[in-house]
Each structure stands twice: as structure tokens, then as C-alpha cells.
Design a protein around this ligand. Structure first.
Ligand SMILES: Cc1ncc(COP(=O)(O)O)c(C=O)c1O
Length: 382
């Protein structure tokens, strides 16, 4: 068998007709920059996640960069984030000339530990310089949104939720209300990179906010800081969501709920297979959650026994796509050496770089393929 970690081609067969038709409409109309498709996606996606505003940008990295800029994060400011995330989360801070403060993750889902964040907010020697937090809803697991709200209000701190991996995920409050990831922070940002739960056929990103003035600012920043064309209030970016990508994403947005349900179904099946094959003393799997509090962008298992790199090789040899998310923590990246962190500073994140592995999860993955994958993991341990 040959099972990729993610497969864009299977999905294409289902939407091919609609995609080609909508591309033909765009090319025939000649309206290829910030046209009706971008507007429609902004409107429909913000409705879907119950956000007041949305602004399409060129990619998820720019979404973070522009959101921080719009909050006036600058040289001398500190921003808290996780060392266990994709690079862009932290580079958006340094690209705004501010300094990241890393905080370790929790052991279950590898999300930033919000208790430790609060400790830093209380005890950091230069705590008055900490201006923002970028929490990431990692692998699609929503963070505790009530705790985020609490931190935002209690410490009067800005929050930019990185929802690149969590579009459509929710948090359920104690009284049963659901809160979508991306709607509690001053900004939420997402990515439409092809592998994402809502992925295009190229790059794309979006910024969500509940405040009109912030929406105006990011809309201006995405077009060179000009609220009126050719009149520049400030220096911005060229970071527009591409009309072609927006057209494709509009088609896929109609299927997002179905995609998410299928991901959740696959996660449940993996969990059951691991139990059935008595693998629970060898690996820890991301406890199946029966609602959208986890949208399983990735299905990452943790090895209790055995060598992760050997398992990765074994899976590859047997045609099973896999990946290490992430093979190195951000505080140990060469480009962040100047921050002065060292090995041992974030033990949970550091351990996760050594003993976790992502296995295929996508809506079109078949039962047979899942069985094959789990059987090969079992075989590895025999
Ligand atoms: C957590 C996280 N943040 C930011 C990004 C950046 O998004 P993009 O690749 O669209 O720039 C990604 C995706 O790659 C991501 O996974």
C-alpha cells in the first residue's frame, strides 16, 4: 500500500467540476484581485465561526505578522508563545521587532500550558513589557477559551489566536455555550495552506476580529497601508488573498463540516484499533473527543516504548506517510540562539520532539488503510 500523510488529489475528483467552473467564471470576468470570491469567503467563513469580521490575506504567516502589527507590537515588547509550533508563530513576533518569551506545553495535547503562562505574567522580571500572547490551537485541539478570556481581561493583554490548524474547532463552556477558536482573542488567524483542514490549491490566510477599528487597520495593512488607493497612512504589505484560492475555498467551505466529521470519525477508529491490538502500553494516542473541541488536523501519537525514528523509517518503508511535528523546538533553532534559551528549559516540548509522530489523517482515508497503518505499527513492536 501507499498511503500519503495527506492527499489532495483524492478530494479533487469530488470538486473538480465546480472548481473548473468557478475558475472559468473568474478568468472570463477578468476580476482577479480582491473580487467577489474573496468577499464571499470573508463573509461566509466569519459567519461560520461566529466572528464579526474577517480579512483575507496571502498566507497564515502574514496573517500573524499583520495582526501583531495592527496591535502596534514593536521593538522593546515581549510576546508569549509556545516553543512547539510551526516556525511562523514565533517569527511573526521577531519580524515585528519584538521578543518572544517561550512557555512550555502541557503533556496531553502539547498545547501551550496556560497555567504556566499566567505564572510568567505574574513573575517575569520585565512583566510590564509583555504585550501579547500567541496561543496556538495545536493539531486542531481548542485551548481553554475561558482561560484565554480570563488572561486577556485580568492582565489587560492582547491575544492573537493562531488557528492555522483549528479552523471550525470549538470550546464548550461550563454552561454548554460553544465558542469557536479564533473569536476570543483581539485577533484570530488562520492558514489555507493545502494540507490544512480548509486548504486551498496554493497559499492563503485569514484574520478574524470582533472590533471594527482592528478590521479597518488590517484591511489597510494588507494593501500597503492605504485606506484610499495611492494614499498611504502607514507602511503596509502586499498581502491579498488570491481570488482563485478564494473561489476554491468557497467550494470547500461548504464541505468543511463533513470534512471535520470525517476526521473525527477517523480519530475514533484509530483509537479503537490501538485498543483492539493492545498497543496502549506502547503508545499514547490523542484521546478521541466526540465533538469539535478537537478537529484532528493532525493525529499525533506519543511513543512510550521504542524509538520514534525507527518507527518513522519502518512506516516509510511500508509506504505509510508520516511526519515529525515538530522535529525541533523553536527555542533551540539556530536563528533564535540570541534569545539565550538552552536545552532543558522546556522539557515537555523537548521530549515531544523525540517521541511523537504524526500518522495519516484526512477525510478520504479508508478503513482498510487505517487498519493497515495500525497493523504495521503493531508489527514494528513485535
Ligand atoms: C501553527 C501554524 N501557524 C502558522 C502557519 C503559517 O501558515 P502559512 O503556511 O499559510 O504561512 C502554519 C502553517 O503552516 C501553522 O501550522
Amino acid at each position: 500500500m501507499n498511503i500519503p500523510l495527506f492527499d489532495l488529489t483524492r478530494q479533487y475528483q469530488d470538486i473538480k467540476k465546480d472548481v473548473l467552473e468557478s475558475l472559468d467564471n473568474i478568468f472570463s470576468s477578468g476580476k482577479v484581485i480582491l473580487g467577489e470570491n474573496v468577499k464571499k469567503l470573508e463573509s461566509d467563513l466569519s459567519k461560520k465561526i461566529e466572528s464579526k469580521y474577517a480579512c483575507g490575506v496571502a498566507n497564515g504567516s502574514d496573517a500573524l505578522l499583520i495582526a501583531l502589527h495592527a496591535l502596534d507590537i514593536k521593538n522593546g515588547d515581549y510576546v508569549i508563545t509556545t516553543p512547539f509550533t510551526f516556525f511562523a508563530t514565533a517569527s511573526s513576533i521577531t519580524r515585528n521587532n519584538a521578543t518572544p518569551i517561550f512557555v512550555d506545553v502541557e503533556e496531553k495535547y502539547y498545547n501551550i500550558d496556560l497555567e504556566k503562562v499566567e505564572t510568567i505574567l505574574k513573575t517575569h522580571p520585565e512583566k510590564e513589557k509583555i504585550k501579547a500572547i500567541i496561543p496556538v490551537h495545536l493539531f486542531g485541539k481548542t485551548l481553554d477559551m475561558e482561560k484565554l478570556k480570563y488572561l486577556k481581561n485580568k492582565y489587560n493583554i492582547k491575544i492573537i489566536e493562531d488557528c492555522a490548524q483549528s479552523i471550525g474547532s470549538i470550546w464548550k463552556s461550563k454552561d454548554g455555550n460553544k465558542i469557536y477558536s479564533g473569536t476570543v482573542g483581539d485577533f484570530g488567524t488562520t492558514s489555507f495552506f493545502p494540507t490544512k483542514n480548509l486548504g486551498g490549491y496554493g497559499d492563503g490566510g485569514m484574520i478574524f476580529t470582533q472590533e471594527e477599528n482592528l478590521q479597518k487597520r488590517v484591511k489597510k495593512l494588507r494593501v500597503h497601508g492605504a485606506a484610499k488607493k495611492y494614499f498611504h497612512d502607514e507602511i503596509g504589505y502586499n498581502s491579498r488573498l488570491d481570488e482563485v484560492q478564494a473561489a476554491i475555498l468557497n467550494i470547500k467551505l461548504n464541505m468543511l463540516d463533513e470534512f471535520t466529521e470525517k476526521r473525527i470519525e477517523k480519530a475514533k477508529r484509530y483509537d479503537q484499533l490501538f485498543k483492539d491490538l493492545n498497543l496502549t502500553d506502547k503508545i499514547i494516542y490523542p484521546d478521541y473527543i466526540n465533538d469539535k473541541t478537537h478537529v484532528y488536523h493532525q493525529y499525533v501519537i506519543t511513543l512510550k516504548k521504542g524509538n520514534r525514528n525507527e518507527l518513522a523509517q519502518y512506516l516509510s518503508k511500508n509506504g505509510i506517510g508520516n511526519s515529525k511535528y515538530y522535529p525541533e523546538c523553536l527555542h533551540r533553532q539556530k536563528c533564535f540562539e540570541y534569545l539565550g534559551y538552552k536545552t532543558g528549559d522546556f522539557p515537555i516540548a523537548e521530549k515531544a520532539t523525540e517521541n511523537t509522530i504524526a500518522i495519516p489523517i484526512f477525510p478520504e482515508l479508508t478503513d482498510e488503510e487505517q487498519e493497515y497503518i495500525v497493523n504495521k505499527i503493531k508489527e514494528f513492536y513485535n
